[in-house]
Ligand binder design. Structure first.
Ligand code: 13P
Ligand code: SF4
Length: 314
């Protein structure tokens, strides 16, 4: 691409010309959120994918989000700027392992977090996001036997707030697993009045010191509506872009992840996968209408049921 090309202008022009919409998650780079037609959490993105009348959806997020778009809108061309943008949490649950686990636990319902592959969703009774998990789990009779996966931290949290004893898959997100109480308390000492906002993929002790636990959209809404002016944010740092844009007079303090012993470990609180989305890749994706994300029709036929059930219940 020539240096003279203004990527944002060209991207918007191609969206008009090709009847395309760009959906972006809050964890993507700020400049991608700025060029998108719609930004949101996983639930809002799924809803948007189901209702848009565009010909093309460019999903700037991670692979499972693009799959969800395709499952909900099979007639549309769903493009992903980088097919390598996966998700460590989705990777922690393989469909063949879940299938075996289900066979070992007859009579159990399967509740799966949206951060799963289409093949895992096809083995699921109802999909949830962090924004509606409690509400949806509450719809099951109290004595229902449930397998919840793949996020162990979210599952423990939902067990706690619903008073259930669901069987939990042992998966996790490599970004959220790294937030620690010690780092939050350090920030609290410097900013005693700050409210702690945490995503439920964080570990239990982090959630225990949080003032608000919720999906990215829930945390954002709280920050916008709150009369407080300082917030300690324990989730991927991309959300700070929209928090700061919506609340320019408030202070948002990202929690740095805990560094392992001897300084070993990644020192960033960013999701490498989400950050694989770039303006140049979006430009090329729109220009060449490639690469597309497709889901095996047999898998999609089964996977759409628990996603639609989620949309009905939430
Ligand atoms: P949200 O549904 O809260 O946007 O979370 C998506 C995600 O991948 C969290 O790590
Ligand atoms: Fe997956 Fe974690 Fe990245 Fe969310 S932050 S997309 S759960 S790897």
């Amino acid at each position: 691409v020539s240096k003279d090309v203004d990527l944002k202008t060209e991207i918007r022009r191609m969206c008009e010309e090709k009847k395309a919409v760009i959906l972006a998650h809050y964890y993507t780079h700020g400049e991608i959120q700025d060029v998108a037609d719609f930004i949101g959490d996983s639930l809002a993105l799924a809803r948007k994918a189901a209702e848009t009348d565009a010909r093309i959806i460019v999903m700037c997020g991670v692979h499972f989000m693009a799959e969800t778009c395709k499952i909900l809108s099979p007639e549309k061309l769903v493009l992903a700027p980088d097919l390598n943008a996966g998700c460590s949490l989705a990777d922690s649950c393989r469909a063949e392992d879940l299938k075996r686990y289900k066979e070992e636990h007859p009579g159990y319902k399967v509740v799966s977090y949206v951060n799963t592959t289409a093949a895992v969703k096809a083995l699921t009774d109802v999909v949830v996001t962090s924004g509606n998990a409690k509400k949806i789990v509450d719809t099951f009779p109290k004595d229902e036997k449930i397998i919840f996966g793949p996020d162990h931290n979210l599952g423990s949290y939902i067990n706690e707030v619903t008073g259930r004893d669901m069987l939990l898959w042992n998966g996790g997100c490599h970004v959220h697993e790294r937030f620690s109480v010690a780092e939050i308390l350090k920030l609290k000492t410097l900013h005693p009045g700050a409210k702690v906002l945490a995503h439920p993929e964080c570990k239990g002790p982090v959630l225990a010191v949080a003032d608000v636990v919720g999906s990215t959209a829930v945390l954002l809404k709280y920050a916008v509506e709150s009369s407080d002016s300082e917030f300690i944010v324990a989730t991927e740092a991309g959300i700070l872009h929209e928090m700061t844009r919506r609340c320019p007079d408030k202070t948002f303090l990202p929690v740095p992840p805990e560094i392992g012993e001897g300084g070993v470990g990644c020192s960033c609180n960013e999701c490498d996968y989400m950050k694989m989305n770039t303006l140049l890749k979006i430009y090329n994706t729109l220009k060449y209408e490639w690469p597309s994300v497709d889901v095996d029709p047999d898998v999609a036929r089964e996977a759409v049921k628990p996603i639609e059930r989620m949309l009905e219940l939430s």
